[in-house]
Every structure is written in structure tokens, then in C-alpha cells.
Design a protein around this ligand. Structure first.
Ligand code: ZN
Length: 396
């Protein structure tokens, strides 16, 4: 059995490599005691924990005083991809609680488009001023984020943006969000806007259009406030690592974007099994682990009362904590690189995994490419059959 995963998924764009959000991540990790949701709240007076009951489960939350506002969902994933909690803001309903096996391939072949940036969003935020935690809708102001300058403009209205933007003294980028922040500072909002696009202005007085980079489904839901420059930068790093089967750099990224941490078997294993396969299956597995006969434990309540339960299910076990979806993708890529070679499809150029010698997309990798190739095969076979028939006639 592979080591279970624990995903820490941010609701809003998050820099896991540096800056204030990275420090907030350290604060949250220091305080985390198994909560399912972590609120990074600048106004939190101290660390606050609370829980509510959802069906058979108690759902635990924590608020930590932070420099930036964000919400992290903690999702446990067992060795078959079953998630607990199995539903939430950042998981698609159509997944039915299980991460799709081809999510990494979808990500690597994903293209992004731009939509107007947003100055604020509305979120239900815990109000922890009194003794009871209540949720209140609040408007969260968003920063325009680091700005990229247009480095090339063509007559047909296309433009190119790059970082570093042609400045030879700048080293190759490793964390564009932080580099731009350090080099140029963060822009402020302008009161005016350009059509649908809000405008931002930086310290040097340069105006820029604020845009969000959005992926198509499922990435629009997985990254609800769009992709950050770091996300896109890492996607291209991932592609290059994959194309070169560069295990060394894949491991280096894995060390940056994940960590080995600990949790309980109850959280990392039992809860996803209960969610995915029901309590019967979980009881059967649990009885084996407790070395007790299956019939003697009839319910999850019985199980929790078993004398060996704390020793087996509540002692710490190792898990791999993945920071954001990118952390998860780096982990998946490392798994795949250990086993298989990566190639590009000869027809559409998508990255595909497969045995050596595989040349084209499968149905799951790119349905359009697969179907058009099959259609071409069918018409070629038909043509061959006709040629053969005509050939036979010709012989007569
Ligand atoms: Zn293809």
C-alpha cells in the first residue's frame, strides 16, 4: 500500500514557495491538529477550533491568525484515490468522491484563457468575536496580484507577456509571483476600468489590465480564483520534466511542494473507505486490523469503543502532505516517472504516458484525437477493402 496523501487545497490563489502566504502555511502547519478546514484570518485573536456534525461525521475547523486571508481544505486521499471529505468546494460532484485517474494528464495538456480579474469576492466567513462561531457573508478585497508587462504587440491584436520581461540582469524565473513582487512591488487598484477589465497601477505609474487565468472544467472549479503565475510556471516545468523523464528535478519539486507529515489511520484510511465503500466494508477492514472477528463489531460506534481502537486507529501514521493541487500533481508525476516513459502523441502533440512504442492518444487522454484517428482508420480500411474488391474484379 502506498503512503496515503493529504491535500491542503487553498480557495484563493496561494504562493506555496514564498512570501506572506508561505509564512501563513507554516503557522497553520504548526497549529494543525487534524482539522478539515483551516481559516487563515488576519483578525483571528488566537488559534480557535470548533466542530460541527454533518451526518455521521464531525467536521473540524480551525482559525489561525495570519498575514493573508485564505481558506485551506484538508482532504485525505487513500491509495485508490478515495477522498475524505468526499465533497467540497474544490472537488467536482461528478468525481463522486474519487480523484480521476487521468487528472495529471488533463492538467499537463490544459490550456488557459483570460477573463476579467475581480476586485472582491463574497465568502461566508466564521465570525469568532463572541463565544459561538457564526458564519457571516463577508466581502473579501483581492489584490490585483503581480503584473506582467506586454513585451510584444502584433498588428492583429495579439500580444505576448513574459517574465523576466527582456531584462538581461534578471535570472531565470523560479517563483515568478515572488520575483515580480520583489522587483516591482504589488500594484494597486485604479478607480477606472477598461471595458470589463479592472485596471491596476504600479509604483512606476504603469497601468495594467487585471486578468484571471482560467482553465476549462475541472480546473475552473479546482482553482476558483484562477491560476497564479506560479501555477502556470510549474505546469510548464512539469511538462519539461515529463518530456525529459527528468527524475532528479521531479524529486526536487516534490520536496518543495509536499512534505511528509503524520495523521491518524482513522483520518487517512478509515474515513475515505467509509465514504467510498460504506460502513460495512470499513468494518470488515477494521476488524482485520484490530485482529478481531468481523461479526463482533456491528457498527462504527462499536468500532470506536473497541479497546484497541485508539492504539490502532488514533496513533500517528505517516502521510504525504501535498501543498495545493500542484503539490498533488508533482506527486503523481513522480509516481508515473518511476514506472513509465512519457511521450508526445504524434498526431496532436499531447503528452501521453505508455509503454515504450506507444505513439497516439488513448480514448481517455484526448477523446477528439482518439476518435479522429479511429475515424481515419475506418475510412482507410474501407478504402483498402474497396481497392481489394476492385483489384479482384480487375483480375477476372
Ligand atoms: Zn493525440
Amino acid at each position: 500500500m502506498r503512503i496515503p496523501l493529504q491535500l491542503w487545497l487553498p480557495l484563493l490563489s496561494f504562493d506555496f514557495l514564498g512570501g506572506p502566504s508561505f509564512r501563513d502555511l507554516q503557522r497553520a502547519q504548526e497549529e494543525w491538529k487534524g482539522e478539515h478546514r483551516i481559516w487563515l484570518l488576519p483578525e483571528a485573536p488566537a488559534v480557535i477550533r470548533w466542530a460541527c456534525q454533518i451526518g455521521p461525521y464531525s467536521f473540524h475547523e480551525m482559525a489561525v491568525q495570519s498575514e493573508t486571508f485564505n481558506v485551506l481544505s484538508v482532504i485525505h486521499v487513500d491509495d485508490e484515490g478515495n477522498c475524505f471529505p468526499s465533497a467540497g468546494d474544490l472537488l467536482l460532484e461528478s468525481w463522486e468522491g474519487r480523484l480521476p485517474a487521468d487528472l495529471l494528464m488533463q492538467w499537463l495538456n490544459q490550456k488557459f484563457f483570460i477573463t476579467p480579474g475581480k476586485k472582491k469576492i463574497k465568502i461566508n466567513v466564521p465570525d469568532i468575536s463572541g463565544r459561538k462561531v457564526k458564519y457571516k457573508q463577508r466581502t473579501i478585497k483581492l489584490s490585483p496580484g503581480p503584473s506582467l508587462r506586454i513585451s510584444q504587440l502584433t498588428d492583429d491584436g495579439k500580444f505576448k507577456m513574459a517574465w523576466p520581461d527582456g531584462k538581461s540582469e534578471l535570472a531565470r524565473s523560479v517563483n515568478p509571483e515572488e520575483e515580480i513582487r520583489d522587483y516591482r512591488g504589488l500594484p494597486e487598484w485604479e478607480a477606472t476600468s477598461e471595458g470589463d477589465f479592472p485596471l491596476a497601477i504600479d509604483a512606476e505609474g504603469m497601468r495594467s489590465l487585471s486578468v484571471w487565468l482560467i482553465g476549462s472544467s475541472p480546473f475552473d472549479k479546482m482553482f476558483p480564483s484562477g491560476l497564479s503565475l506560479n501555477d502556470v510556471h510549474q505546469q510548464s516545468a512539469m511538462k519539461s520534466v515529463a518530456m525529459r523523464n527528468d527524475v532528479t528535478n521531479a524529486k526536487r519539486w516534490l520536496q518543495q511542494m509536499t512534505t511528509v507529515a503524520s495523521t491518524t489511520l482513522e483520518a487517512s484510511y478509515l474515513a475515505p473507505v467509509v465514504e467510498a465503500r460504506g460502513s460495512e466494508a470499513a468494518l470488515c477492514i477494521a476488524s482485520n486490523k484490530l485482529i478481531t472477528s468481523y461479526g463482533s463489531i456491528r457498527s462504527l460506534q462499536d468500532l470506536a469503543k473497541h479497546e484497541d481502537y485508539p492504539k490502532v486507529f488514533l496513533s500517528p501514521v505517516k502521510i504525504r502532505r501535498c501543498f495545493g493541487w500542484l503539490g498533488y500533481f508533482w506527486w503523481e508525476l513522480n509516481q508515473l516517472l518511476e514506472k513509465r516513459e512519457m511521450v508526445t502523441c504524434e498526431l496532436c502533440g499531447n503528452l501521453i504516458f505508455g509503454k515504450i512504442g506507444k505513439r497516439f492518444c488513448g480514448k481517455a487522454e484526448n477523446p477528439n484525437c482518439y476518435h479522429s484517428r479511429r475515424a481515419a482508420d475506418v475510412s482507410r480500411n474501407r478504402r483498402r477493402a474497396i481497392d481489394r474488391r476492385d483489384g479482384l474484379r480487375g483480375e477476372k
